[in-house]
Design a protein. Sequence first.
Length: 404
Amino acid sequence: MNFPIFIAKRYFFTKSKSNFVHVISLISLIGVIIGTAALILLLSVFNGFENLVLNMYNSFDPHLKIVSVEGKTFNPYLIKDNILKNSEIEVSAFVLEEKVLLKYKEREFIATVKGVSENYQKIANFDSLIIDGDYIANHKNKNVAVIGTGVAYYLSIGLGSIFDHLQVFLPNRNSSTLLNPRTAFRQSSVLPVGVFRLQAEIDQKYILTPIEFIQELSEKKNEVSSIEIKLKSTESMLQVQQELKHILGSRYIVKNRLEQQVFLYKILKTEKLVVFFILVFIMLIAAFNIIGSLSMLILDKKEDILSFKSFGVSKQKIQQIFFNTSMLTIFFGAIGGLLLGIALGLLQQYFGIIGMGGGNFIIDSYPVSFSSLDVLLVFFTVIIIGLFASWYPSKILTDRLFRK
């Protein structure tokens, strides 16, 4: 058996002569376990929140979205046949968005009308998002709307009254002046038939109507601002995106889900990275405990070092003994911390032990989602920190003792 590893195991598994040194070594091991568990738990909670937020946006964002490079709107029928040729596309829908002024009784609010074709319901699965009333597809009338909870709150909209229509005002493109309010705006009305809740930013911005309503109001017949596409499989998203880019050419932009919310993805990744580095910095501070523990062990084994030296053991092998002893602490601490972190995470995932503290949250407890990459990242981060924390005392102190 390798001599340094054999002696290192004896030092690690055998209680030290000095009870104080043994306690310090035990505290060092516990510190590594707690630090590792904290790292994996925090990253897992961030993964849980990230998945939660992205799933909410993905309920509203399509797999692919086609917009025009030149101008706000375009004629979708010029490219529709090219899109439908792709066998990976399950369904596509036409969308026309316009910024409007809404007026309900005495209240006013600026929002975005999102006019959608019939197929849009298959893309966004709006039936699961409606919290009151029903979806616009359930009504033959084109002058109906489903409203975000934020818009409904600001306007104090209630459902059920056929007389309480929502007034919609849109700037008149054909008006030569905006000074005359009678000609500056085109006006129509919709009946609120449902309220949806998805995410605050979306709920406070959108109302959904049949696309024919907003096309007529904006005088943009047969024009859309985008074509939204749902694929049969999410895995084919990037491949289909490249194929559509090649077919449609430079006049159109094809965005995947990541590109539709690029700022959100950057924020989520940056927050996770910053918190990870903060915890790594805390682990670096905790590494001084490892240095102190190993230093105490080396001083406690001073007589053993002198005995090894008299037996002809080289300085490098003595250094390896204490280095290996410290690395055993790091290794078992990292493994124990990962197991503890994963166990606590699973308890949180299935039993929701730690709640969100009440309030109007869409979930009752902190979400947890594990990633194998995060587990490997945490393990190797702890090991690398341990390498530096173990190398310094094992080299410096044994050098000094070896000279005596």
